[in-house]
Design a protein around this ligand. Structure first.
Ligand code: H2U
Ligand code: ZN
Length: 344
């Protein structure tokens, strides 16, 4: 089946993807991307995220030595938006939404990305995401916290200085809302969590698993849409970053470093992606159905300069992919764990 066109179902969202493996060899005369800049300086005086520099809003960054979190100067959500304005027609529906947005710098070094950081520094990044999640979730109007990283100009990232964002929302956003509904329905029907059953099946088959340690597994999901999409899934049934033990944080850091190193090694460039963690909502309910996981969505398709476009059929009908998730997993598995910049 995997060589002929078929549809795959994503049990986390309830949506499907069309897989057309026979199309992978079609010629490309379309847009070619610029490769990301290499050999950045350790400190850039014009960077608004480097230590001691002034940001766009006029605030000066401290002389920070590991991670650094601050309130986004151009926040998409505000804590004090008026809550009374409602629309007066069901076809013109809107509700006010409050929230808080933060930026988290991974390192004072302008030139280092996640795969190039020491393991202890990646653990520190996870600790900061965790603290910030806990801090935002303490606000009574925040019911969901989204940790995410845009990496590379191709993904709309505004600055190569390694950083991520955290948005705390009043309402559960679309993607986590779909996952909540699907994971809930699954545990009600089966008495087990969706992602633990999925992990067990993937470990049995070994077709899409990239690597695993005692606490986390990285794999190309069966229903992946982006060519080299991956997921990192917790082995234990935890719903929040704050539930991770020190050993699990260490395991997560190791897996994140390995995934991003393989990505960079694939085309020997700082590999662009959007990634983020899906934690359970902070809605005052318990979430036994939820398994903590991360998604990586990288846009590149067949080289450092040819990306996948989500246009045409994807915009009007449904997502479609050419290379199979199994082929993508095979390619990522075959790459070394040593970053190409560190190779002797
Ligand atoms: P990206 O992850 O898309 O690069 O976003 C960086 C964020 O940094 C962006 O949301 C914020 C922007 O609003 N920012 C500041 O908060 N202060 C600045 O001085 C510039 C950018
Ligand atoms: Zn910088």
């Amino acid at each position: 089946m995997s060589d002929s066109p078929h549809r795959r179902f994503n049990p986390l969202t309830g949506e499907s993807v069309l897989v057309s493996p026979h199309r992978a060899k079609r010629p490309w005369l379309g847009q070619v991307e610029k490769t990301p800049p290499e050999n950045l300086p350790q400190y850039d005086p014009s960077c608004y995220l480097c230590p001691r520099n002034e940001r766009a809003g006029g605030v000066r960054n401290p002389d920070y030595e590991s991670t650094f979190a601050f309130d986004n100067d151009f926040a998409a959500l505000l804590p004090d938006s008026p809550t009374d304005a409602r629309s007066d027609h069901p076809l013109l529906a809107s509700v006010p939404e409050r929230g808080l947005c933060r930026v988290v710098c991974f390192s004072p070094r302008h030139d280092l990305t996640l795969p190039e950081l020491e393991l202890a520094a990646v653990e520190k990044v996870i600790a900061t995401w965790t603290e910030q999640t806990v801090d935002l979730s303490r606000q009574d109007f925040i019911h969901y916290v989204q940790v995410f990283e845009n990496k590379g100009a191709m993904m709309g990232c505004s600055n190569p200085h390694p950083h991520s964002q955290i948005w705390g929302n009043e309402f559960i956003p679309n993607e986590p809302a779909k996952e909540l509904e699907r994971q809930r329905a699954y545990i009600h029907q089966n008495g087990r969590t969706l992602l633990s059953d999925y992990l067990a099946e993937e470990h049995k088959r070994q077709e899409r698993v990239l690597f695993t340690n005692d606490y986390f597994t990285a794999l190309v999901p069966y229903w992946a849409v982006w060519p080299f999409e991956t997921m990192v899934i917790a082995h234990r049934n935890v719903a929040y970053l704050s539930e991770l033990t020190p050993a699990e944080v260490n395991g997560l850091a190791e897996i994140l470093k390995r995934v991003t190193t393989r990505y960079d090694n694939l085309f020997e460039i700082p590999f662009p992606y959007s990634m983020g963690f899906h934690q359970a909502p902070f809605d005052g309910q318990s979430h036994p159905e939820w398994t903590l996981h991360a998604h990586f969505y990288p846009p590149l398709l067949r080289s450092a300069t040819i990306r996948k476009f989500m246009v045409g059929y994807e915009m009007l009908a449904m997502p479609q992919r050419d290379i199979t998730p199994e082929t993508a997993a095979e390619r990522l598995r075959s790459l070394p764990d040593i970053h190409y910049k560190h190779r002797v």
